[in-house]
Design a protein around this ligand. Structure first.
Ligand code: NAG
Ligand code: NAG
Ligand code: NAG
Ligand code: NAG
Ligand code: NAG
Length: 678
């Protein structure tokens, strides 16, 4: 064991920050601060989140069929998914990352975070975030609000590190839940919380109690056990621990909640949260779902970011990530050349491979009336790949993957966040000590979240189908979104990278079964929004309907640029609308004006900042704006948008309501809410 400890230490000091170990292995209190790895701090721009590596796009295919028909038929078609909630595309956040991503405490919330979420919420109406992961297993609650200095709500107790995965016990105050609660009081975000499950004999339900107290109806699930199928290899259970043992232990949580008046046992529990190490069918075969039917709100699977001890002793596993980058990070597993891996993401095959193993489980979940969730996923384990996870290709990949999961009857998919030391974050705050002069970095997966939110919409009635477009061509998948039996939107992807325009495709869409000469069968025109960039290798500056969040350290969370919605005139005689899909891009086609305004007729409420100097930005926000920002379509301000370098970037936020004033201080990267009623 001595030798592996040595290896562990070396691995951390040499590689942790520059290359990307998952956050809970980082030997520091602050995963977003560049304070614990001097090399990374000095070479700041070399930190994983800002790695400049770009790869060569795959070659242009020579035999691509560039014109094809797609037909969508009113009245519905066989194979439509179950109804997909607006909040389908969610985020997964390691418990230890919360403070850096969301804010220091309940009165100190990150403005860019709120803005980024507001943009999605204006499209989806609701959003879900899972807060959990490895750190949930050792999380402890102190009931002293003021346990930590400077108003902080969490600390990692490194002296208490005893477990083989070196996950530091996490200590949180009730303020941690108050922080999440106050976010939900500003916007319609729902939460899944992970609870400690290592020590079943001494179950602690504080997180359930405080979660119910502070989150109320916004607490939508409790995750019982984080990858229990890896408990044995991580030394948390004895050899032989398997699905029946997990299922019995789950019962102890049920009983404990029944015996705890403050953890009122609503139908909130979620299991089995397994990775690939068990056959999930073995879990269903225990009778798990029937046994706890009254307590289970959903079923879930996940794939946690790589465990370091596991890496040292075992082959790197792929799990719910398409592949891994473990060899480069840790010298373990299969050596992978990112350049060779890149094309594997730029195809519909990837999403199909991710969804495929679960089709039996999503069908099973339907028979039991339970939603089926992917709790954690992203481009690759071991922090992702530079040049894959952080480029436009990943945006295309995540759109296609998420749509495939919707088609496959998942009810949610949550993309994971690490710290500065991973490549795949949907967005990344600057390191703490650089927040005065750097803004946030918005990654490709964030754009995917916007696109999928808009494709699925907020109705809760969306049903998705993979159209097996272009003869099943994997480079040009397409989906239709139905509501109440009517096709309302279509989403088309072109994975090909060909700036010449020669690989642009044209999908000839016929609505109404392509009936010609039938009045009303084909609309006169349709609206189209594009997700675009110059290349699949481009890093930053992608555009969704013409708006961007820039590149590294650029964004305060608000979109830059005017929204561009294109109108494509249809040929009503021929009964088709010819939709160009650039190579590379995603096109979202709105088959009626309603289908478009449903999602984005309503501007998003954003939280403005007025740039005063490079290092000090302040603005004020009125209570009414905050109060109406919970995904509410009646919020009144103009779609917040800002141009970098303009004299005054504040928009849409002016009036003040008596009794509450809110000061935003971007210098601190946070919104400071000062008022009695918070
Ligand atoms: C941030 O902190 C690190 C470590 O203390 C230091 O090396 C670095 O210079 C700091 N950066 C700034 C801009 O203060
Ligand atoms: C939140 O943190 C700020 C800054 O440290 C502090 O001033 C404030 O009192 C804290 N709020 C709470 C509710 O602890
Ligand atoms: C928001 O934060 C304040 C200060 O900590 C707290 O008093 C209030 O209860 C919080 N609101 C919610 C909904 O958690
Ligand atoms: C999704 O569920 C629907 C309704 O049960 C079913 O018709 C469809 O085949 C399922 N899709 C897949 C890909 O399993
Ligand atoms: C993003 O756009 C800005 C402004 O046009 C430009 O300065 C920057 O170089 C661009 N970055 C990338 C990665 O294209």
């Amino acid at each position: 064991m001595v030798s592996w400890k040595l290896a562990f230490g070396l691995s951390l000091s040499a590689q942790a920050f520059v290359q990307g170990v998952t956050i809970h292995h980082v030997p520091g209190q602050d995963p977003f601060a560049a304070t614990t790895a001097t090399a990374a701090a000095a070479a700041y721009t070399g930190a994983a989140a800002y790695d400049p590596t770009t790869l060569t796009p795959p070659p242009v295919p020579t035999n691509l069929n560039k014109n094809f028909q797609l037909s969508v038929i009113p009245g519905g078609v066989p194979g439509l998914s179950i109804k997909v909630p607006g909040r389908f595309f969610g985020f997964s956040v390691e418990m230890s990352v919360v403070e850096h991503l969301f804010g220091k405490n309940s009165t100190f919330i990150q403005v860019p975070f709120l803005n980024l979420m507001a943009n999605i919420l204006s499209r989806s109406g609701s959003f879900m975030i899972r807060v959990g992961g490895n750190t949930q297993e050792t999380a402890e609650v102190t009931h002293d609000f003021d346990a930590f200095p400077n108003g902080r709500v969490m600390e990692k107790d490194l002296s208490g590190v005893t477990n083989p995965t070196q996950t530091p016990p996490l200590l949180i105050t009730p303020g941690y839940l108050a922080l999440l609660g106050n976010i939900s009081s500003l916007m319609n975000i729902d939460w899944y919380l992970g609870i400690p499950f290592f020590d079943v004999a001494n179950l602690k339900l504080d997180i359930v109690e405080l979660g119910q107290q502070y989150l109320g109806k916004h607490l939508i699930g409790i995750e019982v056990g984080n990858e229990p199928d890896f408990y044995v290899s991580h030394g948390h259970r004895a050899e032989g621990y398997g699905p029946p043992n997990y299922v019995d232990e789950f019962g102890q949580v049920v009983s404990a909640m029944n015996n705890d008046a403050n953890a009122a046992n609503r139908k909130l529990l979620i299991g089995p949260n397994v990775d690939l190490n068990w056959n999930i069918q073995d879990v269903w075969d225990t009778g798990f779902v029937d046994r706890y039917n009254e307590n289970l709100v959903a079923l879930a699977v996940e794939r946690s970011v790589l465990h370091l001890s596991f890496l040292i002793f075992n082959q790197c596993r792929l799990g719910r990530y398409p592949t891994d980058n473990c060899f480069a990070q840790f010298g373990s597993g299969t050596p992978r050349n990112a350049q060779d891996e890149f094309p594997k993401y730029l195809t519909h095959q990837s999403g199909q491979d991710m969804a495929g193993p679960y089709l039996a489980s999503t069908a099973f979940a339907q028979t039991k009336g339970k939603p089926f969730l992917m709790f954690e996923t992203n481009t690759a384990s071991c922090g992702g790949f530079a040049g894959i996870s952080d480029v436009f290709g990943a945006a295309l990949w995540a759109v296609d993957y998420a749509m495939t999961m919707a088609h496959s009857n998942f009810s949610g998919i949550m993309f994971h966040f690490g710290g500065q030391n991973v490549f795949y974050n949907p967005f990344t705050p600057p390191p703490t000590n650089q927040s005065a002069f750097h803004q946030w970095t918005v990654g490709p997966i964030y754009y995917s979240a916007l696109v999928v939110a808009e494709a699925i919409g907020s109705s809760g009635n969306a049903q998705v189908i993979d159209l097996v477009a272009n003869g099943g061509e994997l480079l040009t998948p397409a989906y239709a979104i139905y509501e109440n039996g009517q096709p309302v939107r279509m989403l088309l992807v072109n994975f090909v990278d060909d700036p010449s325009g020669n690989s642009d495709i044209t999908a000839s869409i016929s609505v109404g079964g392509g009936q010609t000469g039938v009045p009303g069968a084909t609309p006169a025109s349709v609206k189209v929004k594009y997700l675009r960039a110059g290349s699949v290798s481009q890093k930053g500056n992608y555009t969704w309907a013409g708006q961007t969040w820039g590149d590294h350290f650029f964004s305060d969370g608000r979109p830059v640029g005017e929204e561009q919605i294109e109108t494509v005139n249809c040929d009503q005689n021929a009964g088709v609308c010819n939709i160009p899909v650039h190579a590379p891009s995603v096109a979202l086609v709105f088959l009626s004006d309603d289908a478009q305004t449903e999602n984005n007729g309503q501007p998003s409420t954003t939280f403005a900042t007025t740039a005063r100097t490079k290092t000090f930005n302040t603005a004020s926000v009125d209570d009414a704006v905050l109060a109406t920002s919970n995904g509410d379509k009646d919020a009144g301000s103009k779609l917040g948008s800002t141009s970098k370098g303009s004299a005054n970037t504040a928009q849409g936020i002016s009036a003040h309501l008596p009794g509450l004033s809110v000061v935003l201080s971007l210098a601190l990267g946070a919104v400071i809410l000062s008022g009695k009623r918070w």
